[in-house]
Design a protein around this ligand. Structure first.
Ligand code: NDP
Ligand code: 2IT
Length: 448
């Protein structure tokens, strides 16, 4: 796709030249810049003050060596990253990803997305992201602990409850957050809300574990209702079987949907009777095993190797909750051909630009990641509030706030789309609504 606005085209070209070899970052920037074209046309002050040039350039990139000793006494070296992308509306906020595919371009794309997502929550949080190419799979608890301690030894110099507050993402859950929090507390001799997603015994928020998946379903439910539909009686396919996928499956089921498939990076399971989530939680959360083990619980379910085949299962609603670019143009066309009429993105950027176009061109109700998965970080911000107050809300209180936030994001994204002449296009609406708040804060701060 090309830009009609010459200035945006120049910004895009500069981003590609300056961030060579980082296609995921280019993709994330392209989607936002295309969406905000009518805003830029209408607001010359953003161009004059260099707002778009600034917003695509991280405020700070921290990159460091992470040495640790494995169970055989051998020294291992990984790379650590924290990208503090934008602090116009609050302290940097965003997760840490531990996965072998992590490199600077992945963290940059995630950090960039986080700016707009966090803005959409309506809460005072800026955008950041971090992680490492460390692979927690197959490591012992003690190896994971030593890695997390080493990672935090460096990261602790750059974060703080009012500066930058990391959380989880792929490969980083309660266990990792606990080890990192323990190390931060020891190094700094302070007990503050420097990380979110903490355990409930040491400052975590009720409903944070469930928040991204629940929030995704609250958002999709809102979108369905606005179009005269609901989850009731619908067949739902969900990719992934991690934190986001499990709680999306739980809420989709509570709302009356039938979830028939889940996956991991090896393959996917199909259970025509509806997935047994207790079995999945036992396999994934307790035993940390592969989704294939589901067959030991349900002999009549089917397992297929390879993850992209999951999109060939006939469904009404698809919720990609694994990773970036997991739905390409071909998978999108298959979903549409099989009658899928709604897609809610739980993962970050799970649809390629081409796949997104297929959904939008075919009138699929499409809930884009920035808006639809913002419930996780929103609840992280609620955890920060509770930590500041030294107080905890009940599960019901946090869940009700989360639901209200997701309904508000839907309202704001759909009205921004309508205001700029793209009614029903939530990709454009979310990007525009997220951008405006940050851009106006940046204007107010002057050139900084
Ligand atoms: P988890 O680590 O808990 O689970 C990730 C799941 O996705 C696993 O089933 C994993 O399979 C699968 N997966 C990961 N990478 C790949 C890959 N390259 N190919 C195929 N499958 C893959 O992570 P989360 O559930 O927390 O995160 C899932 C997505 O949601 C990510 O895109 C994340 O950025 C996004 N997200 C997470 C939020 C949160 O609060 N946790 C908030 C908002 C978005 P396997 O076990 O085989 O690796
Ligand atoms: O992508 C995301 O929004 C997250 N991984 C959650 C970030 C957070 O700070 O809770």
């Amino acid at each position: 796709m090309s830009f009609k606005n010459e200035y945006l085209k120049e910004v895009m070209d500069r981003v590609i030249a300056r961030n060579a070899g980082e296609p995921e970052f280019h993709q994330a920037v392209r989607e936002v810049l295309e969406s905000i074209e009518p805003v830029i046309d209408a607001h010359p002050e953003y161009v004059k003050m260099g707002i778009v040039d600034s917003i695509v350039e991280p405020e700070r990139i921290i990159k460091f060596r992470v040495p640790w000793v494995d169970d055989n006494g051998k020294v291992q070296i990984n790379r650590g990253f924290r990208i503090q992308f934008n602090s116009a509306i609050g302290p940097y906020k965003g997760g840490l990803r531990f996965h072998p595919s992590v490199y600077e371009g992945i963290i940059k794309f995630l950090g960039f997305e986080q700016i707009f997502k966090n803005s959409l929550t309506g809460l005072p949080i800026g955008g950041g992201k971090g992680g490492s190419d460390f692979d927690p799979k197959g490591k012992s608890d003690m190896e994971v602990m030593r890695f997390c301690q080493s990672f935090m030894t460096e990261l602790s110099k750059h974060i703080g409850a009012d500066t930058d507050v990391p959380a989880g993402d792929i490969g980083v859950g309660g266990r990792e957050i606990g080890y990192m929090f323990g190390q931060y507390k020891r190094l700094r001799n302070e007990f503050t809300g420097v990380l979110t997603g903490k355990g409930l015994t040491y400052g975590g928020s009720l409903a944070r574990t469930e928040a991204t998946g629940f929030g995704l379903c609250y958002f999709v439910d809102e979108m369905l209702k606005d179009n005269g539909k609901s989850f009731e009686g619908q067949t739902v396919v969900i990719s992934g079987s991690g934190n986001v996928a499990i709680y999306a499956a739980q809420k989709a089921t509570e709302l009356g949907g039938k979830v028939v498939a889940l996956s991991d990076s090896n393959g996917y399971i199909y259970d025509k009777n509806g997935i047994d989530l207790d079995a999945v939680k036992q396999i994934k959360e307790v035993e940390r095993k592969r989704i294939k083990e589901y067959l030991n619980y349900h002999k009549d379910a089917q397992y297929t190797e390879g993850c992209s085949g999951i999109w060939s299962i006939k469904c009404d609603i698809a919720l990609p909750c694994a990773t970036q670019n997991e739905i390409d143009e071909k998978s999108a066309k298959t979903l549409v051909a099989n009658g899928c009429y709604a897609v809610g993105e739980g993962a970050n950027m799970p649809s390629t630009l081409e796949a997104t176009k297929v959904f939008l061109d075919n009138g699929v109700l499409f809930a884009p990641a920035k808006a639809a998965n913002a419930g996780g970080v929103a609840t992280s911000a609620l955890e920060m509030s509770q930590n500041s107050m030294r107080y905890s809300w009940t599960f019901e209180e946090v869940d009700a706030k989360l639901k209200g936030i997701m309904q508000n994001i839907y309202k704001n994204a759909s009205s921004a789309a309508a205001e700029y002449g793209m009614k029903g296009n939530l990709v454009a609406g979310a990007n525009i609504a997220g951008f405006l708040k940050v851009a106006n804060a940046m204007l107010a701060h002057g050139i900084v």
